[in-house]
Design a protein around this ligand. Structure first.
Ligand SMILES: NC(=O)c1ccc[n+]([C@@H]2O[C@H](COP(=O)([O-])OP(=O)(O)OC[C@H]3O[C@@H](n4cnc5c(N)ncnc54)[C@H](O)[C@@H]3O)[C@@H](O)[C@H]2O)c1
Length: 267
């Protein structure tokens, strides 16, 4: 038997996580997961264009992370193109995009009207399409980069009153694959993070602190997710640590989906 000694080059793995000198656009940077993601990218050295519909939120987060605020409606083509142009004007290039925007109106299928359905696609999928098309073209112009979306466990499985939101998030997961295939040759990677239940300020206010323990119980890790858990996964997908990962949706749910849904503990 012969053995060969492996002399292949060993990269500086710690440096692969660095975004030093790279410009990023965060869409929906103003609160929750978006704010934490802006912090995560900036802490790794990125310069961040903090885009939000609400001027005060864009300004506040940009100040926190030493970034540049930008106000736009990212569900509109002109808003997306304007934000991409603003990033290039501010930083001279663009290396990545994280799109956090998304929201649900929880409704039974029977109660979902045509306007509700159209609204769910607009708020959860249209901006993703526009950023895939216009954003990938911009990234390709500067040598490639990474696009990261925030999908949802609702796009992978079903729950009551999630039909319109879940269908839009499932569409996003499919879009990630198509964009990865079409833009990979131009050096653009496209991935998503699918959060489970994340205790954002908005969800916390809706559910109520008194129900937090009950909501945590089914999760194998014994707690609900925090916005920082999703920001950390987005940082991984934004950096060269994930340089050979594209077309994927990374489920970040504390192990919830792994759990067998029947009470077998009672056997
Ligand atoms: N919180 C959870 O449990 C959970 C679970 C699964 C998936 N998600 C997904 O995570 C993402 C972030 O959730 P969150 O609770 O942190 O959101 P959030 O509502 O707290 O923050 C979203 C930000 O986007 C901004 N925004 C909204 N519409 C915009 C537009 N058209 N143009 C520009 N900016 C706009 C808002 O002003 C806000 O600052 C969403 O896509 C959501 O679907 C959340």
């Amino acid at each position: 038997m012969t053995t060969t000694f492996d002399r292949s080059a060993v990269p500086d793995y710690a440096r692969l996580g660095s975004l030093e000198g790279r410009a990023f656009l965060v869409a929906g940077a103003g609160a929750g997961i978006g704010r934490q993601t802006a912090h995560a990218l900036a802490s790794a050295g990125a310069r961040v264009l903090c885009v939000d519909l609400v001027p005060e939120l864009a300004a506040a987060v940009a100040e926190e992370v030493g970034g540049v605020p930008h106000v736009a409606d990212m569900t509109e083509r002109a808003g997306v193109q304007g934000a991409l142009d603003a990033a290039v004007e501010a930083f001279g290039s663009l290396a990545g995009i994280v799109d956090i925007i998304g929201i649900a109106r929880f409704q039974y299928l029977a109660d979902t009207g045509d306007e509700d359905w159209a609204w769910a696609q607009k708020m959860n999928l249209t901006h993703a399409f526009l950023l895939a098309q216009l954003g990938a073209a911009t990234l390709a112009r500067y040598g490639g980069g990474s696009i990261v979306y925030i999908a949802s466990v609702s796009g992978m499985g079903a729950a009551q009153r999630h039909a319109a939101y879940g269908a839009a998030k499932a569409g996003m997961i499919s879009l990630v694959k198509s964009a990865a295939v079409e833009y990979g040759g131009q050096g653009v990677r496209v991935n998503a993070v699918a959060p489970g239940v994340i205790w954002t300020p908005r969800i916390g206010a809706a559910v109520g602190e008194e129900r937090r323990a009950a909501w945590s119980e089914p999760t194998p890790l014994g707690r609900l997710g925090e916005p920082r858990d999703i920001a950390a996964a987005a940082l991984f997908l934004a950096s060269d640590l994930s340089g050979y990962v594209t077309g994927q949706t990374l489920l970040v749910d504390g192990g919830l989906q792994c759990r067998f849904p029947y009470p077998v503990e009672q056997l």
